[in-house]
Design a protein around this ligand. Structure first.
Ligand SMILES: Nc1nc2c(ncn2[C@@H]2O[C@H](COP(=O)(O)OP(=O)(O)OP(=O)(O)O)[C@@H](O)[C@H]2O)c(=O)[nH]1
Ligand SMILES: [Mg+2]
Length: 260
């Protein structure tokens, strides 16, 4: 296995992506936010040496920045991946230890939409604000109670860790609530994942948009009774009334779903 790992942080604004990158590096390489506004506006990368590995950390702007258009944000976040060739070995999907709401689910949906299903093969869920765990509670206990988070972790091959960028910095008394211990385990998990992926990394080709399901329409034309077979993208079918109306011309229409 090559000795350099490229790791991208992803997540909602303010969840602690830049802090995570600092905690992993053990330094202050990335600017941390101190207000409700998004701090990281552009992709930033830094290479550092941690636990015997060269690590390039790529920090991204938060998904859901209310001061920027979706298109602008999307192209900046995609640039974080396409701009650092040949591609990242690992994505950290950063979440806070807190209630998982529709907004968190929307973040996951966006990650899926931007990076396709392949992203989860290269992803690890990393929780920040670990200090919010109850006494004696592990991150596995925390996610057990939430089906959506459990499903996400399952999609990520069961890979899940927790840190607290603020309170677990020098916690020598607790083996679990200790960033050094958690970072070591996180990096081991990433190494195992890279091995499972046979040293491959996420490539730009995987960025292709999700394929649009299509409707197959087969029937007999009312006017000349000839057989007609047609396909329409499902999204177009839903948006475009003329396509929907056209399908109404068929008699005995059979519908089937597939992917273009
Ligand atoms: N208590 C606690 N505070 C944290 C933790 N992680 C981050 N913070 C705080 O949360 C705030 C935002 O942290 P950032 O690292 O800038 O978050 P970000 O996700 O990079 O934010 P954007 O760049 O704006 O998207 C800062 O005040 C951090 O000190 C954590 O694990 N525990
Ligand atoms: Mg940031």
């Amino acid at each position: 296995m090559s000795n350099t790992r490229r790791i991208v942080t992803l997540g909602k604004t303010g969840v602690g992506k830049s802090s995570v990158a600092n905690t992993i590096s053990g330094g202050q390489l990335f600017q941390i936010g101190h207000s409700v506004n998004s701090e990281t506006r552009q992709c930033q990368a830094a290479t550092t040496y941690v636990n015997g590995r060269n690590i390039t950390l790529i920090d991204t702007p938060g998904l859901f920045d209310t001061n920027r258009s979706e298109e602008e944000l999307k192209s900046e976040i995609l640039r974080c991946v396409t701009g650092f060739t040949p591609g990242p070995h690992a994505f950290l999907i950063v979440l806070k230890v807190e209630r998982f709401t529709e907004q968190e689910q929307a973040v996951i949906n966006k990650i899926h939409r931007y990076f396709s299903n392949e992203v989860f093969k290269y992803a690890t869920v990393l929780f920040t604000h670990g200090d919010r765990l109850l006494e004696g509670q592990t991150i596995e206990d925390f996610i057990r109670g939430n089906t959506l988070v459990r499903d996400l972790v399952k999609k990520c091959g069961g890979r899940c860790h927790v840190i607290d960028n603020k309170y677990w910095k020098n916690n020598q008394h607790d083996e679990y609530r200790n960033n050094q211990v958690q970072v070591r385990e996180l990096l081991n998990t990433i190494d195992e994942m890279i091995e499972e992926n046979q040293g491959r990394w996420y490539t730009n080709e995987m960025l292709q948009p999700l394929r649009d399901p299509f409707i197959l329409i087969a029937g007999v034309c009312r006017c000349c009774r000839c057989c007609i077979v047609g396909t329409f993208p499902w999204s177009k079918m839903r948006e475009d009334e003329s396509v929907t109306a056209a399908s109404g011309l068929f008699i005995g229409t059979n519908l089937a779903m597939g992917y273009l």
